[in-house]
Design a protein. Structure first.
Length: 124
């Protein structure tokens, strides 16, 4: 293969690899991922969200906008705080708070815990 053809092949392959595969993005192929495999969704202020999957009694799996992280329980048995490094997840019934510096996800709730919006009234 000549150098010009090789360069064209590499450029074509690189163009095909520039897809957006982030499941949290607002466009592109990432939007097809809907099933989080048994994880619980939390919706937060600022139209932000994340998912939590319990691994066992002392560990959860955090599915955040930019990555997935395994978090260990912080504190005594029964504690609902989990973390690793600077990342801390606090669960409290239907609510949660996630600190992932520099981001903080606040006022996070289970979708079923959010008040239902009134149905639109039909116009005559």
């Amino acid at each position: 293969m000549t150098p010009r053809i090789s360069l064209a092949v590499v450029a074509a392959l690189a163009a095909g690899c520039s897809m957006n595969l982030n499941p949290f993005s607002s466009s592109g192929p990432g939007e097809v991922r809907r099933d989080m495999g048994g994880a619980t969704e939390y919706r937060c202020d600022g139209n932000r969200r994340f998912w939590v999957r319990r691994v066992d009694a002392t560990t959860v799996w955090l599915i955040a906008p930019d990555r997935e992280v395994r978090l260990a329980r912080i504190g005594a048995e029964g504690s609902q705080r989990y973390g690793i490094g600077n990342v801390v997840l606090e669960l409290d019934g239907n609510q949660a708070k996630l600190q992932d510096p520099p981001a903080t996800f606040t006022n996070c709730k289970l979708p079923s815990a959010e008040p239902e919006k009134p149905a639109a009234k039909p116009q005559p």
